[in-house]
Design a protein around this ligand. Structure first.
Ligand SMILES: NC(=O)c1ccc[n+]([C@@H]2O[C@H](COP(=O)([O-])OP(=O)(O)OC[C@H]3O[C@@H](n4cnc5c(N)ncnc54)[C@H](O)[C@@H]3O)[C@@H](O)[C@H]2O)c1
Length: 333
């Protein structure tokens, strides 16, 4: 428990084999501290996989602040909590670097920086990368181009039909990017206020999330919550490609085999959504937005290589991405 706030704060460093562990600080309500420990461990190993698969010289780690029941902390109490968390980060002396995540903001990173320099994801006004949602979307678009090349023989997304499920920070930015590319969009969200985006974008229409998943489109982009594709929904997909930002899109890894058997190309979510991580990690070298755009755009080649590797070896892209990440980790000294 943090000495100032009394709130349990924790950091898990899963691997520093490829470099310092970079992982967001999640501020969330858990059933109890044990559930928070389980989550921080699971999330930290996922970050090792994500960084290694994306070809970054970063390890995997994660931070969790386990909130008590009640409203989200604000004001001085929020600052006490963040300073308690920052002290744990400071003790790790650079082997762990934190950033924003679910429940934390770029302003929270400013509070953390008052205690430790080992934090990225700072606001643009302080020379940071700002909200990474746009760069995550750019990465999804890059990955989608690689998928289109493999599935349709061309990376161009003009006239491709794409269903985006969840049009929040990432899905909304993705919709704007793809509309500018000339794609035909089907947008869906449980928040009806997001329907305005479908009216605002050329070539976009609106549908219910359950229909978007089964729609007769070229590409489905899950950009809401995880677990959207299970053994049942996998059999109803009509798209040739699944490529979106949501974490843990498949409710089980075995669903990747089901999709492959049906001829659906599933691009591994942890690779597709690594644009935000690539973006904030560039703060470590002195942030440059144009460089961030270039580096995130390179995900097209990274995903293309994974898809080629999978085809050569008769694997699913999920297996291939895991294998490439494991090989990078094994080769590191
Ligand atoms: N923001 C990032 O940079 C980033 C990076 C990596 C991964 N991700 C993942 O991408 C996904 C989207 O992140 P975000 O930052 O855009 O979140 P967000 O909260 O801004 O947007 C999510 C949207 O999904 C909608 N939604 C929720 N449940 C839904 C459902 N069942 N059907 C349809 N719509 C639903 C919400 O109403 C909201 O509009 C999350 O899974 C997140 O973990 C985000």
């Amino acid at each position: 428990r943090g000495p100032r706030s009394g709130v349990p704060v924790m950091v898990a460093v899963h691997s520093t084999r490829l470099g310092p562990a970079l992982g967001g600080c999640r501020m969330w309500r858990y059933r109890d501290a044990d559930a928070a420990v389980g989550d921080v461990l699971r999330l930290s190993s996922a970050m090792t996989l994500k960084a290694a698969a994306a070809g970054l010289s970063l390890g995997g780690g994660k931070g969790v602040i386990c909130l008590p029941p009640g409203p989200a902390p604000a004001g001085d109490h929020r600052e006490e909590i963040l300073h308690d968390f920052a002290e744990v980060v400071a003790e790790l002396d650079g082997s762990f670097i934190t950033a924003e995540d679910v429940g934390t903001t770029t302003q929270d990173m400013v509070a953390i920086r008052a205690v430790t320099p080992h934090v990225v994801g700072l606001p643009e006004t302080t020379g940071g990368a700002g909200d990474p949602g746009m760069f995550t979307a750019l990465g999804v678009r890059a990955a989608m181009r690689a998928c289109a090349q493999r599935a349709f023989g061309s990376p161009e997304l003009a006239q491709r039909t794409v269903a985006i499920i969840g049009v929040g920070s990432v899905g909304g930015s993705l919709a704007r990017l793809l509309a500018a590319d000339g794609a035909e969009l089907l947008l869906a969200d449980i928040d009806a206020s997001k329907r305005a985006l479908a009216s605002a974008l050329a070539g976009a229409s609106w549908t219910a999330p359950v229909d978007a998943l089964k729609a007769d489109v070229d590409i489905v982009a899950p950009c809401a919550l995880g677990g959207m594709i299970d053994a049942h929904t996998a059999t109803h997909l009509r798209a040739r490609v699944v490529c979106g930002s949501a974490n843990n899109q498949l409710d089980d890894d075995a669903v990747a085999d089901l999709l492959a058997a049906r001829g659906v190309l599933y691009a591994p979510d942890f690779l597709v959504n690594s644009g935000g991580l690539i973006d904030v990690s560039l703060e470590l070298e002195g942030y440059d937005r144009a460089q961030a755009q270039r580096r995130v755009g390179q995900l097209e080649d990274v995903v293309g290589d994974v898809l080629a590797h999978a085809e050569e070896r008769g694997q699913t892209p999920l297996q291939a991405a895991r294998e490439l990440a494991a090989a990078r980790l094994a080769a590191a000294v």
